[in-house]
Write a protein that binds this ligand. Structure first.
Ligand SMILES: [Zn+2]
Length: 509
């Protein structure tokens, strides 16, 4: 027996498998070498086996956070009431930013992993955006931190290779000459260099940490990347079976940008490049047309739905039910800790269950607990190219499990476990978290990292970090009036709202 051999006896289980889904069943679960080898109504303990008594316990697959950016962990709780384009300028400052040191990246990644595991998140899709461009050393700092802490992750080198001013339809006209010169002086990533970098990273991190951590390609968004970059990364992703992760139609500005740049929607544009497929996850997918949804369904692309971030940045409401009806695979994501201020998927699951109840009066079409839990587990796993590996409790899958104590406050008095999980639980009832069969948290303690030391160091460095951020914010805020001018241009464009499936759906308006 090893540290990854366990028997959980007689627990209440939400298997999240395609048959049982979120219907609670009583099961015993055997785990050998990190793999689930038996799921039965009863199993008898074998000599020397690590037995976990499942009485009063709810066992669920760990959440898969299908979209986040660990960069933002240092920027949480700094900004409020800004639309995406304005917010991005201040949370990903373009003027005056020097590369972050690997030691700060380690602390930042540890913070994200700690908050995730404490909330029952066992897989992260971390679209790592470094400004002004990721180095091998910076990428290694993320891989090493997640390796040591024991979480599962897809980790990208987020990339954009078009000049900053060219990301937006009306920014060039909104800038004064000095602002334009400052932005034109920014370094632009070389497409060929980045493709070589991504190729090397895909090879270096193949089977890293027993395959628990994988490289992912993360072209930022269609309007921020050249077609050559997207096509090159698509080929790389297909060759190595990597997730291709891209932001698409998050805001009204982006919907207008598609029309202005390409005379078509961003989804139609991506489809014309031939890059959509089962390996693709589009983050957000709010300003989709009905035909965009058909294209996503036909190509097998997934959507990561990030309701808290979308609410905070006023981006709009993704067409949840239309995407579901079309058969598009949905995952759920927190997005970064600056746009949602959290890495806790329990909040996202609850927000997803609640938000769409105001989008139409037909209550039979509101999201169910089973649907949002599926998106938060198996749907996210599928979007991350991990559908055969995690996301449900089934024989042959890796044991990424969360064990909740149903005698805790959030489960008292005890009614439907799946409804407690969606609407009442906030991470505080977690008894044990297991990733790849390894117990990474138990009895309110992370077993793989000195959590206090990470928090203490970040607290101690707080004043230094805030001075650095204040300086950057002052510098970049000078561009906000130009962004306001652009924003007014966008809002004056006649966007045929009827074409868009989600926005404008709110029946309470
Ligand atoms: Zn994002």
């Amino acid at each position: 027996m090893t540290g990854t051999d366990h028997l959980i006896t007689g627990a209440t289980v939400l298997t999240m498998d395609p048959v049982t889904g979120a219907a609670p069943v009583t099961r015993s679960i055997r785990i050998r070498g990190g793999e689930i080898t038996a799921v039965e109504p009863t199993l008898t303990a074998e000599p020397g086996e690590d037995v976990i008594d499942g009485r009063d316990r709810l066992v669920v697959p760990g959440y898969v956070n299908a979209h986040t950016h660990s960069w933002e962990a240092l920027f949480r709780a700094r900004l409020d009431n800004l639309p995406l384009e304005h917010w991005m300028l201040l949370s990903y400052p373009v003027l005056g930013l020097a590369p972050l040191s690997p030691d700060l990246i380690r602390l930042r990644s540890a913070l994200v992993a700690i908050e995730s595991l404490r909330n029952g998140v066992t897989t992260l899709v971390d679209d790592v955006l470094e400004i002004p461009g990721q180095t091998e050393e910076q990428l290694a700092a993320v891989f090493e931190t997640y390796r040591d802490i024991g979480i599962r992750a897809n980790i990208s080198g987020h990339v954009m290779d078009r000049p900053f001013v060219a990301h937006f339809p009306f920014l060039a006209d909104a800038l004064d000459p000095a602002e334009r010169r400052a932005l034109d002086a920014l370094t632009v990533c070389d497409t060929g260099d980045y493709l070589a970098y991504a190729q090397a990273a895909a090879a270096r991190y193949r089977d890293y940490a027993d395959g628990r951590l994988r490289f992912m390609v993360g072209p930022s968004a269609p309007q921020r990347c050249s077609p050559e970059l997207m096509v090159g990364l698509d080929e790389l992703a297909r060759r190595h079976d990597l997730e291709f992760h891209i932001h698409v139609l998050e805001t009204r500005t982006q919907a207008v940008t598609g029309e202005e740049f390409y005379g078509k929607t961003m989804v139609e544009y991506l489809h014309s490049l031939g890059v959509l497929g089962e390996h693709v996850t589009i983050a957000h997918g709010i300003w989709l047309t009905d035909s965009d949804i058909e294209v996503l369904a036909d190509t097998g692309a997934s959507v990561s739905h990030n309701p808290i971030s979308n609410l905070k940045l006023g981006s709009g409401i993704a067409p949840w039910r239309k995407l579901r009806d079309a058969g598009v695979n949905l995952g759920l994501g927190t997005d970064g800790m600056s746009s949602s201020d959290t890495a806790r998927m329990s909040e996202v699951v609850k927000a997803a269950a609640l938000l769409h109840k105001v989008t139409g009066p037909d209550y039979r079409r509101w999201p169910t607990a089973a649907e949002v839990l599926t998106a938060g587990t198996l749907g996210g796993a599928r979007s991350a190219r991990l559908g055969a590996t995690v996301g449900s409790i089934e024989v042959g899958k890796r044991a990424d499990l969360v064990i909740y104590d149903m005698t805790a406050l959030a489960f008292t008095p005890r009614n439907a476990p799946e409804l407690h999980l969606v609407y009442s639980e906030n991470g505080s009832s977690i008894d044990t978290v297991m990733v790849d069969g390894r117990v990474v948290m138990t009895a309110d303690r992370l077993t793989t990292i000195d959590e206090r030391a990470v928090l203490d160091e970040l607290q101690a460095r707080g004043p230094e970090l805030r001075r650095w951020q204040d300086h950057l914010e002052t510098l970049n805020r000078s561009l906000l009036p130009a962004f306001d001018r652009q924003y007014r241009q966008v809002m004056s464009r006649a966007v045929p709202v009827d074409r868009f499936s989600g926005h404008g759906d709110c029946w309470l308006n």
